[in-house]
Design a protein around this ligand. Structure first.
Ligand code: DGL
Length: 280
C-alpha cells in the first residue's frame, strides 16, 4: 500500500566537493524556492579537481549513498569535477542496483544543451579544473549535441584557492584571469562564448569579464542548471512528488562546521549553520 508522500519523499540533495556547489544551490533555490534542500560539501576531501577518476568516483558515490540514506530521492551533483568523472558511472552502473527509482543529475549536460543558443560561431571556450578538462566531458557533450561546434578548454588551477583565500579582487586574481583567458584564446581565436565550468568561478566573474574581450560572452552555469531542473521537475512529476516542500535548507560538511559556515558567507551572502557528518 502506498503510504503517501511523506513516506516516499525527501529533500533535494545537492552535492559538491566543498563550498563551490553553494553557487549552484543559490540559483536553484531562487528558481525553485518551494523545495527542501540538503547540501553536502565533502570539504575534508576537497579539492576534487586534481584527483584521479577513480578517487572522484568513489568519493562521489559515498556522498550520493549518504544523501540517499538521508531520504533524498533526487541528488544534483553541483560539482563539475564530480559530474565529469563520476556521474555517468553512478547513473549507469550503481543506481540500478541501489534504487532505480532515485535520480542523480549533473551540471554538464544542461550547460552543453543551452550553449547552442548562445554561440554564433560555434567555437566554445571552457574554463575548468584540471580534472574536468582531462575528462573531456564538455568537448564530448557539446560536440555530440551540436555537431560542427568545437570546444577549447583551459585548466585554471589557481582560481579555486584564490576564491577560498578571499583573494577575489586581488592583483593576483587579475594576473591569473588574464593568463588563463589569453592561453584559452590562443587555442582558438574564433571563440565567442566562454563557459565558467567550475562552481567557484562565478565568484570571479567580474575579474574574468574585465580580462576577456567585450564581444565574447562569459556564461555562468547556475541559472542554466536551475532552469533545467525546473523543466525536469515539470516533465517528471513522479520525481517532483517525492521531493518535500517547505523551503528548508540544511547544510552538511565532512569538515569543521564553523569553518564551513564562515566561508559559506562568501558564496551565499547569508549566514548559515552547518553540521558535521562522516561519510563512511
Ligand atoms: N567543485 C569543483 C568543480 O566544480 C571545484 C573545487 C574542487 O576542485 O573540488 O569542479
Amino acid at each position: 500500500m502506498d503510504n503517501g508522500k511523506n513516506e516516499q519523499a525527501g529533500p533535494i540533495g545537492v552535492f559538491d566537493s566543498g563550498f563551490g556547489g553553494l553557487t549552484i544551490l543559490r540559483d536553484i533555490r531562487e528558481r525553485l524556492p518551494q523545495y527542501d534542500y540538503l547540501y553536502l560539501g565533502d570539504n575534508a576531501r576537497a579539492p576534487y579537481g586534481p584527483r584521479s577518476f577513480d578517487i572522484v568516483y568513489r568519493f562521489t558515490l559515498d556522498a550520493v549513498k549518504y544523501l540517499f540514506s538521508r531520504g533524498c530521492r533526487l541528488v544534483i551533483l553541483a560539482c563539475n569535477t564530480a559530474s565529469a568523472k563520476a556521474l555517468r558511472s553512478i547513473q549507469q552502473n550503481d543506481l540500478p542496483g541501489i534504487d532505480p527509482s532515485r535520480r542523480v543529475l549533473g551540471v554538464i549536460r544542461p550547460t552543453a544543451e543551452i550553449i547552442g543558443q548562445l554561440s554564433r560561431t560555434g567555437h566554445i571556450g571552457v574554463l575548468a579544473t584540471g580534472g574536468t578538462v582531462a575528462s573531456r566531458s564538455y568537448n564530448l557533450e557539446i560536440e555530440k549535441l551540436h555537431p560542427g561546434f568545437s570546444v577549447a578548454t583551459q585548466a585554471c588551477p589557481m582560481f579555486v584557492p584564490l576564491v577560498e583565500n578571499r583573494e577575489i579582487e586581488s592583483p593576483a586574481a587579475d594576473y591569473f584571469a588574464a593568463k588563463y583567458i589569453s592561453s584559452l584564446l590562443e587555442k582558438d581565436r574564433r571563440i565567442d562564448t566562454i563557459i565558467l565550468a567550475c562552481t567557484h568561478y562565478p565568484l570571479l566573474y567580474d575579474v574574468i569579464r574585465r580580462n576577456t574581450p567585450p564581444e565574447i560572452n562569459v556564461v555562468c552555469q547556475g541559472g542554466i542548471v536551475a532552469d533545467s531542473l525546473a523543466d525536469y521537475m515539470e516533465r517528471h512529476p513522479e520525481i517532483a512528488d517525492r521531493c518535500t516542500t517547505g523551503g528548508k535548507c540544511t547544510y552538511l560538511t565532512t569538515e569543521n562546521p564553523e569553518a564551513f559556515a564562515d566561508l559559506a558567507r562568501v558564496f551565499l551572502d547569508e549566514d548559515i549553520e552547518a553540521k558535521h557528518v562522516e561519510l563512511n
